[in-house]
Design a protein around this ligand. Structure first.
Ligand SMILES: Nc1ncnc2c1ncn2[C@@H]1O[C@H](COP(=O)(O)OP(=O)(O)OP(=O)(O)O)[C@@H](O)[C@H]1O
Ligand SMILES: [Mg+2]
Length: 155
């Protein structure tokens, strides 16, 4: 495992990190988990990332639907993106019924907010990003790579 500690002094730093990740071709099929305080910036980070990957239009918060799916075409190949928010995930039967298991087994980018609410269901991610709010409103960020792909995404 590899760990990177970052300080995001403002949303601009969040945006820069998202832009850095979006440049990696390995992101095409990766599993990224986000955890941390309410309002710490998980959705903000995800929106910057999705925009950078070419998602246009509204990026809804999937709090109620649990998942929102996007398809973008990049250099004539289709990129699938699933944005999960497990904040209200409390029905384990949903895991298989809603096809989440199949999604995580398939190609595409899976990005999950509130991954801690689906512990035991979610497979080990390539990257886990934990965001904590500091007193001065800066964000203290811990990024863990759990796979070779995750490690390469951080290079
Ligand atoms: N790096 C940052 N520094 C300061 N403020 C930030 C930073 N990133 C995001 N914010 C602000 O903090 C808030 C974060 O809201 P956001 O919805 O992204 O959080 P969240 O972690 O997804 O919350 P929830 O737990 O409800 O899903 C927004 O108002 C955003 O403008
Ligand atoms: Mg959110």
């Amino acid at each position: 495992m590899m760990t990177e500690y970052l300080t995001w002094q403002s949303e601009l730093a969040t945006q820069k990190f998202a832009e850095r990740l979006a440049q990696k071709s390995l992101l095409r099929s990766a599993n990224i988990q986000l955890s941390g305080d309410l309002g710490s910036g998980k959705s903000t980070f995800t929106r910057y990332l999705l925009r950078e990957l070419g998602v246009t239009g509204i990026i809804k918060s999937p709090t109620y639907a649990v998942v929102e799916e996007y398809r973008v075409v990049n250099s004539s190949t289709e990129q699938k993106i699933w944005h999960f928010d497990f904040y209200r995930f409390n029905d384990p039967s949903e895991w298989e019924d809603a096809g989440f298991k199949d999604i995580f087994a398939s190609e595409g980018l899976k990005i999950s907010e509130w991954s801690e609410k689906a512990v035991g269901y979610l497979p080990t991610p390539d990257l886990h990003i934990n965001i904590q709010i500091q007193d001065n409103d800066q964000r203290q960020v811990t990024v863990n790579a759990f796979s070779e792909k995750g490690r390469l995404l951080l290079e």
